[in-house]
Design a protein. Structure first.
Length: 264
């Protein structure tokens, strides 16, 4: 559904002049021992692998947007993309707005702000972004794939209707993919107590409530655990391989864990 042109949607836009700061850790990294460098490297890799679940925890369209932007920016340089955008009829401000949207998406790892849980959308006409994408190098290289990704995410990427999609919350106040659609605040409290008792962090989990009232708490992991739940367990958690997430294998780094570099 299109947004009412009279409606003020500035809350859901990323200003094109939003600053992007580079975090340069070169000198700090040089000061580490060889073992500390290995630790920092593999710790960073582990953060990336585990962080991919944030896409699924945020919104249904976030994984697809992640894939689409990755294809677009890998396909050609920013200079070439800017020239292409100009040829597609995008103004300089519209192109900057698209870059700001992309930066915000990567910064939040999803299309909702990590502080405030508010959705943000591209600040340019949908048809212009579509023109840019379908004129890009990645589209020329693989029309079927890019067409599929775009058609899968375009509505969710731009839509602010119904109003519930504007923020992350339990229905009917918002949307959530952290929990299955039949979960409410009471379910969250039950699982919160369960996780405290099991010394589990909720940050890399998703919760699914079954028809029989039992819960599945899925943990993103490079390991899997098929151990069946105890008959007396209302709550059961198991390790859900991150490689099973609906992300392209080519975008996932090899799942390796080098113990000798992680030992404290």
């Amino acid at each position: 559904m299109a947004t009412d042109p009279k409606e003020d949607i500035s809350l859901y836009l990323i200003p094109p002049d939003t600053p992007v700061n580079k975090l340069d850790c070169t000198e700090a990294f040089k000061g580490l021992t060889d073992k500390e460098k290995l630790y920092a490297h593999h710790f960073g890799r582990a953060c990336w692998e585990g962080g991919l679940i944030c896409l699924l925890q945020t919104s249904p369209e976030s994984p697809g947007i992640f894939l689409l932007l990755g294809e677009l920016f890998r396909g050609q340089s920013l200079e070439a993309l800017k020239e292409l955008a100009n040829g597609c009829g995008l103004s300089e401000d519209e192109y900057k707005s698209f870059l700001a949207y992309s930066a915000a998406f990567y910064s939040n790892f999803g299309n909702y702000k990590s502080f405030g849980d508010t959705k943000f959308i591209p600040d340019l006409p949908r048809e212009k972004l579509e023109k840019l994408i379908t004129s890009s190098q990645c589209y020329c290289d693989n029309k079927e794939r890019i067409s599929f990704l775009w058609s899968s995410v375009a509505d969710g990427m731009f839509s602010l209707h119904p109003p519930t999609v504007r923020q992350l919350a339990f229905p009917p106040d918002g949307i959530t993919t952290y929990y299955s659609g039949n979960c409410g605040k009471e379910d969250a409290e039950i699982i919160k107590e369960f996780m405290l008792n099991k010394d589990l962090s909720p940050y890399n989990t998703r919760l699914f409530k079954n028809e029989d009232g039992t819960y599945e708490l899925r943990l993103a992991s490079s390991l899997t655990n098929d151990t069946p739940p105890s008959p007396n367990d209302k709550c059961h958690h198991y390790l859900d391989s991150i490689s099973s997430l609906p992300l392209e294998p080519a975008l996932l780094s090899p799942l390796r864990y080098q113990e000798e570099t992680i030992i404290h």
